[in-house]
Design a protein around this ligand. Structure first.
Ligand SMILES: [Zn+2]
Length: 332
């Protein structure tokens, strides 16, 4: 049993309370490897932004749970080395699929877990979420629940269609489960193909603009649960310059469309206090690797293509923190 406090990590409670009051959102960046982690910690340290290191079940299998625990502990030490005296870093399980997965993470140094019962019936979702909350709160670990279903594919999580969150269910769900934050569905989705081109309109420059998020549902939820932390999944904006670089250097990513950053900024100013970003980092990494390898075909030193990838991801993280979520300077 390893408690996150011994690793120097924090849970989400205080940072979410501050984020709601301050009208900004905490970035939750998914990671699987060292370069991503270095880039996240460099970006958060330099901008003094609280940050959530987010790991899916698949990422945990990929990186190894034991190694992850030490990576998180190392991340805290690295942040201090970079001059961040009191790093506010969360290690969070993304899309926990069972009580056992959540318990295993809590027992191995995670400071926050998501239990995703959104594919279950309402009552089953309540029962499972409550079971995880009851266990987690014994160790002061915070829990994210989910109501409503997002479309798209993310590791093991996939759904053809989305179902918007029912605002009239949220009070009952939060009261019965005791969860600390709630992921909702208002039109975001997982992956890099969030919308089909035929769902979009074209702007003056010929860029596809997706249909707007259902901010009316978010407003209703805020009315039902004033001051309660809301989470937005599937919130990558899918930078078109990265997609173009990937395709220019041999890639074949088609019809990749994300959530406009103006909409994410709008969400961050509301009760949305955690915004999940995964695909954008994958795109930034892949674009830099493809470019480096295409331009230097004789190169076989991984540092020569993973180094530029790390730089490109860091640039992306800083941009999200400073220009989109507004969390820069919000850590002590
Ligand atoms: Zn998600």
């Amino acid at each position: 049993m390893v408690n996150y406090k011994d690793l120097g990590l924090v849970n989400t409670r205080e940072m979410f309370a501050k984020a709601i009051k301050g009208g900004y959102a905490i970035p939750a960046f998914n990671f699987n490897n060292m370069e991503q982690l270095q880039a996240i910690i460099q970006a958060a340290s330099e901008t003094k932004s609280p940050v959530i290191l987010q790991v899916s079940k698949g990422a945990r299998n990929y990186a190894n749970g034991t190694l992850l625990r030490y990576m998180a502990e190392g991340a805290v030490a690295y942040a201090k080395e970079l001059g961040w005296e009191k790093p506010e870093i969360v290690l969070h399980l993304d899309h926990g699929d069972s009580f056992e997965t959540c318990k295993s993470c809590i027992d191995n140094g995670f400071s926050s877990v998501m239990i995703d019962g959104s594919h279950l019936s309402y009552d089953e979702n309540v029962a499972l979420t409550k079971k995880v909350v009851d266990y987690a709160h014994q160790f002061d670990v915070t829990v994210e629940g989910e109501l409503g279903v997002l479309a798209g594919v993310e590791d093991e999580v996939s759904s053809e269609h989305h179902t918007y969150t029912e605002p009239n269910e949220v009070v009952d769900f939060v009261t019965k489960t005791g969860c600390d934050s709630l992921a909702i569905s208002i039109g975001t989705s997982h992956g890099a193909n969030k919308f089909k081109p035929e769902q979009c309109t074209k702007n003056a420059e010929g860029v596809l603009v997706p249909p707007p998020l259902a901010f009316n549902i978010l407003e209703e939820i805020e009315k039902e649960l004033p001051g309660f932390p809301i989470v937005l999944h599937g919130a990558s904006s899918v930078p078109q310059d990265e997609v173009a670089t990937i395709n220019k250097f041999g890639g074949a990513i088609k019809d990749a469309i994300g959530i406009p950053e103006s909409e994410l900024r709008h969400a961050a100013e509301s009760a949305v206090c955690k915004i999940n970003i995964d695909s954008d980092s994958r795109l930034a990494l892949t674009a830099a690797v493809r470019k480096a390898l295409a331009e230097n075909p004789a190169e076989f030193d991984p540092r020569k293509y993973l180094g530029p990838a790390r730089e490109n991801m860091k640039k992306l993280y800083v941009h999200k923190i400073v220009d989109v979520l507004g969390s820069a300077g919000k850590a002590e």
